[in-house]
Design a protein around this ligand. Structure first.
Ligand code: UDP
Ligand code: MG
Length: 311
């Protein structure tokens, strides 16, 4: 059995040497092989590429796919999956937040016949706000999504060659890997893994970037926000019909003159707010349709170092 560990890298010079060392040690302890390490240099502006080049020169199991610019985490993963070879592929971040040593356990499950083994993050070490946001996001997405997405599962995990093949054939441009992985099916299992802090450097996801990833997840796997407009709209129609009947009764039976200017203003601002919100939601879906129909490639490879599947 051969493994291919794929690693997206964007400006990780501080942590890369230690990462390569720990990953190599882990792979040395796993039977079979030779196991591959495929790094995707996602347009790093620091010494990351030089460090990777050196690692590739030292160890034939290391190969590097260098992209022409920064395409983003998910695009880098897509590039890696397109070039990975082996009976199983593992997605692993370079910042050592996810312990490479967990791969040993993934392999055990793989040998038991699971096609997908993913890490379920317990005990995150990030700040309280980030933890609360992640917690709420995964639960909201699970509630909204049309498929049952596992809670607290990131991209870190193992996939069989068959699953990689299926994911690769999905035509989406905007890729939410952890969702696509679930979508393809096959026998899957999550195992709890503690998520450490970054060993060095800082998170490449700004709060805004995380929101975008979250939006990609929701818009790619759920149309519930679109249906919500219809539900809230029908509710408003019923409410206003009731109010209309009341107004007629008030005028002709109770002989009351109209009042409630404040209520009126509130109602108008509220309803136009809801309108704009749903226009925005529809806009978000349209923007994604637009991104998809452009059919631009997800990434561009500048050069390749070492052995990999040619595509
Ligand atoms: N990464 C990448 N391209 C990017 C941003 C990040 O290849 O545009 C890599 C990064 O080097 C790391 C992984 O993706 O190996 C996850 O990034 P990060 O640790 O910043 O995300 P977080 O763990 O904070 O979600
Ligand atoms: Mg990280």
């Amino acid at each position: 059995m051969t493994l291919c560990v794929v690693v997206p890298v964007y400006n990780e010079q501080e942590v890369l040497p230690l990462f390569v060392q720990r990953l190599t040690a882990t792979l040395d302890g796993i039977a079979g092989g030779p196991h591959q390490m495929l790094f995707v240099n996602d347009g790093s502006a620091d010494q990351s590429l030089a460090i990777l080049r050196e690692a590739a020169a030292r160890d034939p199991r290391v190969s590097v796919l260098s992209l022409s610019r920064n395409f983003g985490h998910q695009a880098a993963i897509a590039a890696a999956l397109d070039h990975a070879k082996g009976d199983a592929t593992i997605i692993l971040d370079a910042d050592l937040q996810d312990p490479p040593e967990a791969i040993t356990e993934f392999v055990r499950k793989f040998e038991e016949g699971y096609h997908v083994v993913y890490a379920q993050r317990v005990k995150r070490k990030e700040g309280i706000w980030l933890r609360v946001s992640y917690f709420l996001f995964y639960r909201m997405l699970a509630m909204l999504a049309d498929i049952d997405l596992p809670l607290d599962a990131g991209d870190f995990g193992l996939m069989s060659a068959r699953v990689v093949e299926e994911i690769r054939s999905l035509p989406e441009h905007l890729r939410y890997t952890r969702g696509l992985r679930r979508w393809v099916g096959f026998k899957q299992i999550g195992i709890p893994i503690e998520r450490a802090e970054r060993k060095a450097g800082e998170s490449k996801y700004s709060p805004f970037g995380l929101l975008r990833l979250a939006a990609d997840g929701i818009f790619a796997f759920s149309t519930a926000p679109l249906h919500a407009a219809a539900v809230i709209g029908s509710f408003a129609v019923v409410l206003s019909a009731v109010f209309a009947i009341y107004s007629v009764v008030a005028k002709f039976v109770l002989h009351q003159s109209p009042k409630g200017f404040t209520a009126l203003t509130l109602l108008i601002t509220f309803v136009s707010g809801v309108n704009l919100l749903f226009l925005g939601i529809i806009g978000a879906y349209i923007a994604r349709i637009y991104e998809e129909v452009k059919r631009r490639p997800v990434y561009i490879v500048e050069h390749k170092i070492g052995a990999m599947v040619e595509r």
